[in-house]
Design a protein around this ligand. Structure first.
Ligand SMILES: [Zn+2]
Length: 409
């Protein structure tokens, strides 16, 4: 039997143990203090004990200070399992924290007492992000049980604070440790699709703007005595649609392949029909391809607003509600992408593709720091929902994908 087939059989034999591990992790809610929790300290303790008694070495606990938690810090764990060569490390980064359960009435059971039903484990955190945390740990356990060595060192980063911005999680780890090297393979299994065919390598810049238009209130029957801010703002919205043409170069790495500029939220203005509104507020959500400079887009928007100000004699102020320039993309031919493609093909029989997405993922933290990370996992995308679940077959399959990557040259 080939080494990979031995690993596959071994991972299959871990099925019950992996389910049990999931249930144990789920019973330790690791919720951020901003969301009313205690942080990840207890979950980290459980995981550290596991790593120490299961052949992992070079175990580091990177503590990000956080006085909001009983522990006084947010724990981040790094551990290595030595392979044939230490020339590079295959990293799998997952996060310990989970989001609160939300409306309890929507859950069929206790969110923190995970249970199995129809091939799924149900509970808060079982998909996001424990499915692949357990998969990564048991992929290595299979090597150990078979007496096989991975080709390169395997590293796990089990981090805190992913759900509330990563400042005390992977961002802190990157700034305070030398664990990661530029040629390492870095897999972040925290996004994916049902087929396991999405390898996320890039994201668009996010720009959220608030537009406040000041005109002059008047009676609805005498518009000439006022300045209709709603009409000016609406005119501006139609003019802003030109951004689609101005920044219209497509990039087929992304879905949709273009930058998007959409008016979204609209605040209520006057409560009655017979008043000319003197003030108008609307918002725009833009997702801009990484090839375009966000500041240039903002300048163009300001110039458009200037022209509307003149035409309607209004004042338009523009406030940046969120501005997150895209991290440099990981190349579609980067080693991490090619390795995942081969593994997904062998394990799941599917052709995976490198893609960009409209929102940010935690892999961007790595990319900003110059590491070529990719997001991949096979998930039904039930994260943050009531009755979140993990398909047990996906947990085992993802473990095989990670093991496959560790066996590649
Ligand atoms: Zn997550």
């Amino acid at each position: 039997m080939s080494p990979f087939n031995r690993i596959v059989k071994r991972i299959d034999s871990f099925r019950d143990e992996m389910i049990d591990f999931q249930i144990k992790l789920c019973a330790i809610p690791a919720i951020a203090p901003q969301s009313g929790g205690e942080g990840e300290a207890r979950k980290a303790e459980f995981l550290l004990a596991y790593l120490k008694s299961n052949g992992w070495g070079d175990i580091q606990l990177v503590k990000a200070p956080d006085l909001e938690t009983p522990a006084g810090h947010r724990p981040n764990i790094i551990a290595l399992y030595r392979g044939r060569s230490s020339a590079r490390t295959v990293w799998i980064m997952t996060h310990m924290d989970v989001v609160p359960p939300g409306e309890l009435a929507l859950w069929r059971g206790d969110p923190f007492k995970a249970y199995v039903e129809g091939g799924k484990i149900i509970g808060r955190g079982v998909e996001d992000n424990q499915q692949d945390m357990v998969a990564s740990l048991f992929a290595v356990k299979a090597f150990q049980a078979e007496g096989l060595l991975p080709n390169y060192d395997v590293g796990v980063a089990l981090v805190a604070d992913e759900e509330t911005g990563s400042a005390k999680g992977i961002d802190y780890v990157i700034q305070n440790s030398t664990a990661f090297r530029k040629d390492d393979i870095i897999i972040v299994p925290d996004a994916g699709n049902e087929e396991g065919t999405l390898i996320e390598v890039a994201e668009k810049s996010i720009l959220w703007l608030k537009f406040k238009t000041d005109g002059k209130q008047a009676h609805g029957s005498t518009p000439e005595k006022g300045i209709n801010s709603f009409k000016a703002a609406s005119y501006l919205i139609t003019k802003l649609d030109a951004l689609y043409g101005l920044y219209g170069k497509p990039d087929r790495l992304f879905d949709p392949p273009i930058s998007t500029f959409e008016p979204t939220k609209k605040e209520a203005n006057v409560p009655n029909i017979n008043t000319i509104p003197g003030e108008d507020v609307f918002y725009m959500d833009s997702r801009i391809l990484p090839g375009y400079d966000v500041e240039a887009v903002i300048k163009k928007i300001r110039a458009t607003a200037d022209r509307v100000e003149k035409k309607f004699k209004v004042r338009i102020s523009i406030e940046e509600k969120q501005k997150a320039p895209a991290a440099p993309p990981t190349a579609a031919k980067a080693p991490v992408v090619l390795a995942l493609k081969r593994a997904v093909k062998d394990v799941y029989g599917h052709d995976a593709r490198a893609k960009g997405i409209g929102g940010g993922t935690v892999a961007a933290v790595f990319r900003r720091a110059g590491f070529k990370a990719a997001c991949w996992s096979r998930v039904d995308e039930t994260a943050h929902q009531p009755n979140e679940y993990c398909k047990i077959d996906n947990m085992l399959g993802d473990a095989k994908v990670f093991a496959h990557v560790c066996l590649q040259d």
